[in-house]
Design a protein around this ligand. Structure first.
Ligand SMILES: *[C@@H]1O[C@H](CO)[C@@H](O)[C@H](O)[C@H]1NC(C)=O
Length: 161
């Protein structure tokens, strides 16, 4: 009689899941807090620049302007000072405006209503450079070499008689 017996080693399937940890920051800031984008009272003309100076703005943060019977413009520094622009870089008057800060540097916001702007409905926002040194981060686990686990196949051969 002939008998043959084979024993195969277990196949070990190692699934390395690559976990990409992106630092995605999608911060949305409500301009002026709960009050929104409204003409400040006469003793509070720097309201919006005070608000802006208390916040840090990064590239791709979004500013949300909530207002009634008013508008938001992005203008040049000169137009900001004059409180008027005939060709704003950006204009919205739908009452609820999200504006993405898509580059570092200065943004000048004013109300499209000149008198509101003159009463303080204006704001300069400084967006920080993105290349400020990021905190050291761990290398992805997927980049580390897995030590090879060697399995010696146990091969049993029956004897052929
Ligand atoms: C901002 O968003 C754009 C588009 O999603 C992306 O290509 C860019 O890398 C982002 N910039 C920063 C500094 O996060």
């Amino acid at each position: 009689m002939a008998s043959m017996s084979l024993s195969f080693p277990l196949s070990v399937v190692v699934i390395i899941s690559m976990v990409c940890i992106h630092k995605v920051e999608c911060v949305e800031l409500n301009v002026g807090g709960d009050d929104g984008w409204v003409t400040p009272s006469s003793k509070n003309q720097l309201l919006y620049n005070d608000w802006a100076s208390k916040n840090r703005f990064n590239v791709n943060d979004t500013l949300r302007f909530v207002y009634k019977k008013d508008s938001v413009m992005v203008v040049t520094e000169e137009e900001y000072e004059k409180c008027r622009s005939s060709h704003p870089v950006f204009f919205a008057n739908n009452g609820d405006t999200a504006f993405a800060l898509e580059r570092p540097g200065l943004f000048y916001f004013i109300s499209g209503v000149s008198t509101h702007c003159q009463r303080g409905l204006k704001m300069i926002v400084k967006v920080l450079e993105p290349d400020s040194p990021p905190p050291p981060r761990m290398e992805s686990a997927a980049a580390a070499l897995f030590p090879a686990a060697a399995f010696v196949p146990a091969l049993l051969l029956g004897l052929l008689i």
